[in-house]
Design a protein around this ligand. Structure first.
Ligand code: FES
Ligand SMILES: [Fe+2]
Length: 434
């Protein structure tokens, strides 16, 4: 259980995993304007991310070469493109070149070179709307790292997704416990009984068995620790219903079902998607109409009229709507029609029994709309997140407490439905043992 609880193990993770893995430091719309900056903290390291111009972002170690002061705290904007140290006023341009050292002759016998005091860059890469960084100056090629997910992220236009909202909470559990709560749908019956009628009756009622949705879910693990699961054509979004019924009734059922996510998560499915679905009522669809297919057509036609990017219109991509994609080591992407919820779990710098967990609701916007700056809201009351994440998050402190129990000697993982967890830990071990 030490993987989740032992401070030594957490230190090993900082030394071997976080120091050499590609990791998401930010989304690009956290720093949309030239001169905007934000900071990313991992372990005891703070990284400064700066928008240098419209097309480039740089990452720097967040320190002043004079006597150490950090050059940015939280997020902000460098007026006039000047990065100024608040202690003695040394100054750099956004590209990290030194512009001003007060009383320069006093340093290094008057021979201070610009390169001695330039800002120190961290390897970074912008892809799919994420700013990735790597603390290893000679990291694994980014393309190798992202290869298993690249096609999918390109197809779903993840790079065009921008924030609707972004929330952050401190949770008393290990960062891996937090993310693993989203690695499978096996927990849905017990944790989210409102989402799974039959499962609820099996778990909380007297029923023994039945057609539980989660059994149809397809789980895939990839190289580099990544993974994915989705419901295929059995999902409600694909028009799947358990009992045949007239089209109008099925439409209401589908809307009610989508509303559980729209209201319960406040993202992934939006109110406007449900309003759009309900306009199908006016079309006098035949009783056996495929509502899922009609809904998808309507989504694409509406988005095209607004010049709003949408996921590639292919059966493979549409089958994954409603699914979850895991980007090693700590990002989850939950996709819908041009919307995605993105989770990130970050380790606490010293306590393995705590982490930071973030939820971002994003969508694609019509091309003409200006890029707004994303800002985070700190969650202190569970009511600040929807019912679905509330249910997930309420398990986490209990899991951590149980993992600390002296009576607990191992966990048991379902061979198919929990295989993303095993795949993640195998990949983590590859880093830790290198
Ligand atoms: S510490 Fe930054 S200018 Fe002195
Ligand atoms: Fe959940």
């Amino acid at each position: 259980m030490g993987r989740y609880t032992d401070p030594e193990f957490a230190r090993l993770e900082f030394d071997k995993l976080w120091s050499s893995v590609w990791q998401v430091a930010a989304r690009v719309d956290e720093i949309p304007q030239t001169g905007d900056y934000t900071t990313y903290k991992i372990g005891d390291q703070s990284i400064l991310l700066v928008r240098v111009d419209e097309s480039s972002i740089k990452a720097y170690y967040n320190f002043c070469p004079h006597r150490g002061t950090t050059l940015g705290e939280g997020c902000g904007h460098y007026e006039g493109g000047r990065i100024i140290c608040p202690f003695h006023g040394w100054r750099w341009d956004l590209a990290g070149n030194i512009e001003k050292v007060l009383e320069r002759n006093e340093f290094h016998g008057g021979n201070l070179q610009d390169s001695d005091v330039a800002m120190r860059e961290v390897v970074s890469r912008v892809y799919a709307g994420f700013v990735f960084i790597n603390l290893d100056p000679n990291p694994q090629p980014f393309d190798t790292f992202i290869e298993p997910l690249r096609q999918y992220f390109d197809d779903i236009v993840l790079g065009d997704m921008r924030h609707i909202w972004w929330k952050r909470a401190t949770i008393p559990c290990n960062w891996k416990v937090a993310q693993e709560a989203f690695f499978e749908a096996y927990h849905v019956s017990a944790t989210h009984p409102q989402l799974e009628k039959v499962g609820r009756e099996v778990v909380y009622g007297d029923r023994d068995d039945g057609p539980m949705m989660y059994r149809d879910i397809i789980y895939d693990t990839f190289d580099q620790g990544h993974g994915q699961f989705w419901g295929g054509d059995k999902t409600p979004i694909a028009g799947h219903v358990q009992e045949p019924a007239p089209a109008d009734d099925r439409l209401q059922e589908m809307a009610a079902r989508m509303n559980l996510t729209a209201e319960g998560l406040g993202g992934m499915i939006l109110k406007q998607d449900i309003d759009l679905l309900l306009t199908l009522k006016d079309r006098n669809l035949p009783p056996d109409a495929n509502l899922g297919a009609e809904y998808v057509k309507l989504q694409y036609a509406t988005a095209a009229a607004q010049d709003r990017p949408m996921p590639k219109m292919s059966p493979e991509v549409i089958a994954r709507w409603g699914g979850v994609t895991y980007l090693f080591p700590n990002i989850l992407v939950l996709l819908q029609a041009g919307n995605a919820v993105i989770y990130r779990a970050l380790p606490h710098p010293s306590d393995p029994n705590q982490c930071t967990f973030e939820i971002r609701s994003t969508k694609t916007y019509p091309a003409a709309e200006a890029l707004q700056r994303a800002t985070v809201e700190e969650v202190t009351d569970p009511k600040q997140v929807g019912l679905i994440p509330q249910q997930d998050l309420s398990n986490l402190p209990r899991i951590q407490e149980g993992l600390l129990s002296r009576g607990m000697q191992q966990t048991w993982l379902a061979s198919n439905q929990e295989k993303l967890i095993l795949n993640m830990h195998r990949e983590e071990d590859r880093y830790l043992c290198s």
